[in-house]
Ligand binder design. Structure first.
Ligand SMILES: NC(=O)c1ccc[n+]([C@@H]2O[C@H](COP(=O)([O-])OP(=O)(O)OC[C@H]3O[C@@H](n4cnc5c(N)ncnc54)[C@H](O)[C@@H]3O)[C@@H](O)[C@H]2O)c1
Length: 347
């Protein structure tokens, strides 16, 4: 029986480096080919990481050695990259967001289902040990009724970051700015841990970068169906860039996580010594000031999860459908910011 899933990477830019590094360590996965519309980039990437180089997507997809592809092209090109891959029978690991609109994201899910291939979306922070500890505590209602949930992403990106990849500052290919590109991970965690909100009121602004259509700063307030309230602050203008932060506070306990590590964990009923939940914290994040500093550990778990699902038929930890809630929420945030009104989510 086959034991290794052979991957081709599509798009050999910044995050593809994490994909290749992850594939080097992932137990049941291997990099065998790369494709980028820029042949020079693909060639240099393959020199660093190995794999056959393709300059034609159709030829890449017809390579029978490739079992699965990881998609790391600009966000607004995910659907047009993923659908032909699904039709060629390739399983897919797709970078976040699944695409920039819910319609396009759903089209990827439908194509994968129709062609009987597995689809996983990258939200590598969900694999974090600290995230799973918090999830378990919430499931056990250890923090009691949750009253406040807040996230801060006070990051920094240079003007060059936007200038060197023109898709990043656009609605069509980026789908938004700091919220869609960076804070989507934190929003995904908020929804994963505390459920889908009922209402959001948001403000978004382009403050320190030029030549971009999208926001580099945003703030929002949220309400959940059970009455819990929340706050979002997201920026790529805050020099020099601090760790991302998520706080969940309940009537019986509260937790603070910074850059994937639990830094405070207090339960009202237990002594201070029992704050040992901070033990063995690993960081799956990074990237507060440097987009290349994102660790490959979470991506490794993503590849291993997908490979195992392909090999054994086990349920994916992160399916394609898991890419929809954050996207739906983000579109609500953008609608609120654009129209200057609270947006309610129904159904
Ligand atoms: N999971 C994470 O933490 C994380 C971090 C950064 C980026 N991302 C996501 O990864 C994706 C890529 O982001 P990036 O920062 O690496 O971008 P990038 O601009 O550095 O790289 C994109 C690459 O895709 C290539 N490309 C463009 N159009 C193509 C096409 N039609 N076919 C093949 N190749 C094409 C470009 O030449 C470039 O090499 C985005 O969707 C982004 O949201 C995820």
């Amino acid at each position: 029986m086959k034991k290794i899933i052979r991957y081709g990477i599509v798009g050999t830019g910044i995050i593809a480096e994490a994909h290749a590094n992850a594939l080097r360590s992932a137990v049941n996965s291997k990099l065998v080919a790369v494709y980028d519309k820029d042949p020079e980039r693909a060639g240099k990437f393959a020199q660093r990481h190995g794999g056959k180089v393709y300059n034609n997507y159709k030829e890449f997809l017809s390579d029978n050695e490739i079992d699965a592809v990881s998609i790391a092209v600009p966000s607004g090109l995910h659907m047009e990259t993923a659908i032909p891959a699904a039709e060629a029978g390739k399983h897919i690991l797709c970078e976040k967001p699944l695409d920039v609109s819910l319609v396009k994201a759903q089209a990827i899910i439908d194509a994968c289902r129709k062609n009987n291939v597995q689809l996983s979306v990258v939200f590598q922070l969900r694999f974090g040990e600290s995230v799973q500890k918090i999830k378990k505590a919430l499931d056990l209602k250890l923090f009691g009724r949750i009253v406040l949930v807040s996230m801060q992403l006070k990051w920094f990106r240079t003007q060059e970051y936007y200038d060197t990849a023109s898709w990043r500052g656009t609605w069509e290919l980026g789908g938004g700015g700091v919220l869609m590109t960076q804070a989507i991970h934190d929003l995904d965690l908020m929804l994963y841990l505390n459920g889908f909100p009922s209402e959001v009121t948001a403000y978004a602004s382009t403050m320190t970068h030029t030549g971009i259509e999208v926001e580099d700063n945003a703030a929002a307030v949220i309400r959940w169906p059970d009455g819990a309230l929340g706050v979002i602050e997201a920026s790529t203008s805050c020099a020099p860039g601090f760790p991302r932060r998520l706080e969940i506070s309940g009537e019986k306990g509260s937790v603070i996580m910074e850059d994937g590590k639990i830094t405070r964990w207090k339960l009202a009923a237990i002594s201070e010594n029992n704050t040992a939940e901070t033990a063995k914290n690993e960081s799956l994040s990074g990237g507060s000031s440097n987009p290349s500093a994102i660790s490959a550990g979470g991506h490794q778990q993503q590849f291993e999860d997908l490979s195992e699902a392909i090999l054994t038929g086990k349920k994916l930890f992160l399916s394609g459908e898991d890419g929809l809630p954050s996207l739906r929420f983000l579109h609500g945030i953008y609608e609120s910011a654009k129209r200057g009104i609270p947006v309610k989510f129904t159904g």
